[in-house]
Design a protein around this ligand. Sequence first.
Ligand code: FES
Ligand code: FES
Length: 132
Amino acid sequence: MYNSTVMEHFTNPRNVGEIENPDGVGVYGSPVCGDMMQIMIKVEDEKIVDAKFKTFGCGSAIASSSMATEMIIGKTIDEALAITNKQIVDELGGLPPVKIHCSVLADHAIKSAIYDYAQKNGKEYAGLEGFD
Ligand code: FES
Ligand code: FES
C-alpha cells in the first residue's frame, strides 16, 4: 500500500519534536476525523531555518509532516507558502488515494505556523487568507 519513501519517512521521521522559542506555531486538525498536526518554525531574515512537528495521525500524516518540514527548511516564507499538498505527495512518491487528505494536514499546518509568525511580527503574506 505504501511506497518505500513513505515507509522510510514513517519509520524514521525527520524533525520530530518542538522548537524552543519558536517564531511561529501552527496547529491544524482535520474537521472530519480530529487528527491533528503541530508545526513549529524558526525564522531568520525571512527564511525558515528550522521546523519541527508533532502529529496525532496515521502513517501518511507522519510521513507527510516529515517530508513537509524537510521541504520548508531553508526556504523563504514565500517559497514555503507556495508548497501545495500535491507537491508533498509527489515528493513522497505518491500516497494511496484514500490517504491523500492526510497530507493536507501538513500543508495547512505550515500555513498556520507562518500565519502565527506573520501575526506576531506585523507582516502580511499572500496565500494566508482564511487562517487564524
Ligand atoms: Fe487520519 Fe491519516 S491522519 S487517516
Ligand atoms: Fe483524518 Fe486522515 S482520517 S486526516
